[in-house]
Write a protein that binds this ligand. Sequence first.
Ligand code: FAD
Length: 481
Amino acid sequence: MQNEQTTATARPPRVAILGAGPAGLGAAWQLAKRGNASAVVLEQRDDVGGNSGSFELHGLQVDYGSHRLHPACDPHIMADLQSLLGSDLLDRPRHGRIRLCERWIHFPLKPVDLVLELPWSFGIGVAQDALQKVLPRTNGHGAETFASILERSLGRTICRDFYFPYAVKIWGASPDELSAIQARRRVSAGSLSKMVRKALNSVPGFKPPGAGRFFYPRRGFGQISRALADAARHAGADLRLQTSVRELHLGAPHRLVVESDGQRQELEAEYLWSTIPITALARMVTPAAPAAVLAAAQQIRYRAMILIYLVLDQPQFTPFDAHYFPETEVKLTRLSEPKNYSVSKEPAGQTVLCGELPCAVGDDMWQASDAELGEVMRDAMARSGLPVQARVLQVVTKRLSHAYPIYYQGYENAFNLLDEWVAGLERVLTFGRQGLFAHDNTHHALAMAYGAVDCLAETGAFDQARWRDYRIAFTHHVVED
Ligand SMILES: Cc1cc2nc3c(=O)[nH]c(=O)nc-3n(C[C@H](O)[C@H](O)[C@H](O)COP(=O)(O)OP(=O)(O)OC[C@H]3O[C@@H](n4cnc5c(N)ncnc54)[C@H](O)[C@@H]3O)c2cc1C
């Protein structure tokens, strides 16, 4: 975004926000509240929340895969969310399990569980790894990779039995193909000592505030976005659902072509704040992005995900909130039971399970029918010792085309080219998980939104230098699982 001295206009500038996920909604609310800009939010779906949304299934609000609000959220943003959600924002203990070496280990890790439940061979392997210095397994050009970083910091045993098979399933790439940046940003327990500290977090006396807990809205994770949307509307923002942005004609003002109900309409805005995938942004602008930028957009890839929901004719499947499956023979990466997140008693006699199946848009899984995907889920559960025994009342699936950014080695060259190109466009900003191709949590997406609004001065000018500082701060976001 060029031009530090963006001039003030007579009326408050209009900011067109692309996407009504947490990033877009957070920005709309903050802008409307401050009143020095008018916000119009354009969202292609019929509901707000993006990947952090929820929908109703069998009387229960269910999410697009397991979602929790982490206590690591900036206190100022947390206070805002608490004021919006009140007593609906529940403070819950985490109660999950990881399937490791065919045993169940509590997640977050507990020392006693690690000692009693894991096979001795695993413990001995980890101890030997801690004593031995692992030689870095670089990519042949001497560069670090996801694999080399994790092997050196966590040892071969943990990598072989947990991180590497999990990485293959989540990102669809071998650990050697992935960038070292993926390891630094995505693995919060990045060394054996950090892992030990995380395990000790469960022990009274060692427990920091918030450890082993999470926040969750009574009516599903999407209640956060719905509350932000209501607050934004109340403060004067214009939220337009089922409105897909198709073309962006850059100028002063920018002209947007949107499609709603099959009708194409145009609208104008001084600022364009995009939270849609940066690759999509590059493809829809006029004048067209340079060929090198469009080529970079081709090299950036997002992993897709299918969410498979089984409605079971039983009040509860297990007392656990989530089960994690690193093993390759189990196709799902995670299974969650939404009722256990919200402590919902309804529907009284039924529960819903949500299986997460990473895939690529258009592959065999993406094209499979609900019945086939229901079988994939049942098979994965049976292999993990969690067979479905109750009657399955319904199988529902949802597809996310942009679930995770994939950090292949060298991806940053392509991303940096795109990012620099956007930075050179006047009054255009990109942020949010899709906009910055970041593995961020919801609270990070909100922090970006708040940062963007903080940079828009009362005069209507955008403080580019301050935004650069924020961008540096965003690189320190570490994803919480
Ligand atoms: C399986 C899974 C589990 C996760 N678990 C957690 C968790 O436990 N805790 C946590 O904090 N975070 C979690 N996350 C991350 C969280 O979902 C994201 O951080 C958050 O949704 C990012 O918000 P956003 O607004 O940046 O992007 P998004 O939520 O992706 O929103 C982008 C919006 O842009 C819209 N859009 C795209 N193209 C167009 C267009 N052309 N026109 C109009 N609209 C468009 C999309 O429809 C979408 O609504 C998880 C993510 C996944 C995939």
